[in-house]
Design a protein around this ligand. Structure first.
Ligand code: APR
Length: 234
């Protein structure tokens, strides 16, 4: 159904079937690390080589994963809806883009980007950062992963909030609803009068806030929902 504005929020669960580990599903550890040991500005200050090594490994691992049917279905949805769809992802992988999506906001940053601590500019980055390469913009050797760590402000919040205020449908896919501000987006969508739908393997922490919740793997649920939406079922 076109002409209606859709905001899709994605989390680690949409990339799980591609082989990218989620954060909170197994033992609370994130690839063997506690989040606060690698995903805070303090960790970077005290143990820069551990943090750089962790993100270098995750960046390199992107070469071994592919988009799954859920990413591909969202790209199909964008083909039909154009600017009426915005995908807001908490994920730092590039699987939405590789599936063909272009209207994607990476609110928690991107592995394939480096942020210069010196000039604060962002540069596309595919290699390692552990060996202190110079910033392509200012030349200083102070590049860090372009990841929004705990305690930092997510990217593009103005654009996201505006889209939430104008949306007719909000769909949350593969996120535990444990991390704000993303966990609060459903409430903004409800306030805007949007229909709200959750597609997740297990009920998220904010599951009760959604009008509708479908449980199962994203690789099955998302293509089915996209087909249904495009057929005008909702
Ligand atoms: N299909 C659908 N959902 C799935 C699948 C799957 N195949 N596998 C797991 N899930 C669901 C889980 O049930 C869980 O609710 O995905 C969710 C993953 O939750 P988290 O690991 O907490 O990931 P996410 O919500 O993206 O984390 C948010 O926390 O650490 C920070 O910045 C990091 O962006 C991340 C944020």
């Amino acid at each position: 159904m076109t002409g209606r504005k859709v905001v899709v929020l994605t989390g680690a669960g949409i990339s799980a079937e591609s082989g990218v580990p989620t954060f909170r599903d197994s033992d609370g550890l994130w690839e063997g690390h506690r989040a606060e040991d690698v995903a805070t500005p303090e960790a970077f200050e005290h143990q820069p080589s551990v943090v750089q090594g962790f993100y270098d490994a995750r960046r390199a691992a992107l070469a071994h994963v592919e988009p799954n049917p859920a990413h591909l279905a969202l790209a199909r949805l964008e083909e039909a809806l154009g600017d009426d769809l915005l995908v807001v992802t908490q994920n730092v992988d590039d699987l939405h883009e590789r599936a063909g999506s272009t209207r994607v906001v990476h609110m928690h940053g991107e592995l394939l980007s480096a942020l210069c601590v010196g000039c604060r500019r962002r540069s596309r980055w595919a290699g390692d950062l552990s060996d202190h390469p110079p910033c392509p913009r200012c030349g200083s050797a102070e590049l860090r992963p372009d990841i929004v760590w705990f305690g930092e402000v997510p990217y593009a919040m103005d654009r996201i909030i505006e889209a939430l205020h104008r949306c007719d449908l909000f769909v949350s896919i593969g996120t535990s609803g444990a991390v704000y501000p993303a966990a609060g987006f459903v409430q903004s969508a409800v306030t805007a009068g949007a229909h709200t739908l959750e597609l997740n393997l297990l009920p998220s922490e904010g599951s009760h806030l959604f009008e509708e919740s479908r449980l199962g793997p994203a690789g099955v649920l998302v293509p089915a929902w996209v087909s249904e939406w495009l057929d005008g079922a909702r």
